[in-house]
Design a protein around this ligand. Structure first.
Ligand code: 1HN
Length: 361
């Protein structure tokens, strides 16, 4: 089976002119003939317009810093360079369902409080000591932290530094913007205050939900995890132990998914997130899945072969693997750690997620 094989062009029918005339006559009534589009509407297998792509942080960082001289975080509301799939120009989408961007907050800046139905994740890429406040609790950002802004939660960001130093901080934003656009279900509003009033101490939600225990009188499960910062030090420690104790999976290396501790499901209703370690020397087998996936490189240099194209990646780079594209990961020279996210929980809820783990290299 050749996935790229096109249906051979059918010979032109004898009544082609009559059919064209018929199509023209039904068009003013907002009618179209299904038989002309059936094959494209129901493809034999995914035929995404997305292409694989890699964004090199070394190239982007100077441009991000340049933007800081052009506009403040406050004027921009969010100062972000959107990572747009090269095959989807104008869409602000990295896959058909996911938005991604790199956000910069300079020392002393504030990104004002607002809320929207779109859910967001932040994966901290460069620098430490910025904060985000979500629903009245503040968390300080460190590289590799995975932070959630649930749907309709008030959120503002700032950068006051930590440990006596303050530096520019950059994170990767992942949002379900294209999904909300598809459903035409988006609402948004600005807060009266620029900066939210903090009502709980830092670390409160992690203390209550982040230690394999939950408060005994907490009985409501919401769509989004009650943990909103999954600190890198803790996720990284789990991977380091697994690396010592177990052989890596032949396709994925050592790979863990983040969970909502109340359900065991994905931490966000629309976006699933994972962290994986490819030990030095790892040469993965090929796998593919129907969830187009965004990867952020945390540690190490390695290689991603995506649909036959070879991408060499290094720390802080971002790359995208389109739906159903064969992916092979390798780490020839050093340990590699990758964070990734996709629309997997939505596909699982619909019962349509497909994955294949191929046996060839
Ligand atoms: C947003 O609110 C944030 O809060 C980041 O940091 C990116 C992209 C589109 C719409 C809202 C943020 C966004 C966004």
């Amino acid at each position: 089976m050749n996935p790229t094989a096109q249906k051979p062009a059918a010979p032109a029918p004898a009544n082609a002119a009559e059919r064209r005339d018929y199509y023209e006559r039904i068009r003013p009534l907002s009618l179209t003939p299904l038989w002309e589009s059936l094959h494209a509407l129901v493809p034999r297998e995914p035929a995404t317009p997305c292409v694989p792509a890699l964004w090199r942080y070394d190239e982007i960082r100077p441009l991000l810093m340049e933007s800081a001289a052009l506009i403040t975080a406050e004027e921009a509301v969010r100062r972000v360079l959107v990572l747009e799939n090269p095959a989807l120009p104008g869409s602000s989408s990295i896959t058909q369902s996911i938005y991604a961007g790199l956000q910069l907050i300079m020392p002393g800046e504030v990104a004002p409080s607002h809320r929207h139905v779109q859910s967001a994740l932040r994966f901290i890429v460069d620098g430490k000591g910025a904060y985000t406040t979500v629903g009245g609790e503040r968390t300080t950002m460190y590289p590799g932290d995975f932070i959630i802004t649930p749907s309709w939660a008030w959120h503002d960001h700032g950068n006051e530094g930590v440990g006596g130093t303050v530096e520019p901080v950059v994170w990767l934003d992942g949002l379900d913007i294209p999904m909300l656009r598809f459903f035409d279900a988006g609402f948004a509003e600005n807060d009266d205050a620029k900066v939210q009033h903090v009502v709980r101490p830092e670390g409160n939600s992690l203390a209550r939900f982040g230690h394999n225990m939950v408060p005994v009188r907490h009985d409501h499960v919401s769509a989004t995890s009650p943990i909103f910062n999954y600190p890198y030090v803790r996720s990284r420690e789990a991977l380091a132990l697994l690396q010592k104790q177990e052989a890596p999976d032949a396709w994925l290396g050592h790979k863990l998914r983040y969970i909502n501790p109340l359900t065991g499901g994905a931490p966000m209703p629309t976006i699933g997130t994972q962290l994986q370690l490819l030990p030095k020397g790892f040469a993965g087998k090929t796998h593919r899945a129907t969830d187009g996936t965004v990867y952020s490189v945390v540690e190490g240099r390695g290689i991603a072969e995506i649909a036959g194209r070879r991408f060499e990646f290094g720390p802080r780079d971002t790359f995208v693997v389109p739906s159903w594209a064969p992916l092979r990961l390798s780490a020839p020279g050093e340990d590699v750690v990758l964070f990734s996210f996709s629309d997997r929980p939505v596909q699982q809820a619909m019962g349509i997620l497909r994955e294949a783990f191929l046996d060839e290299a």
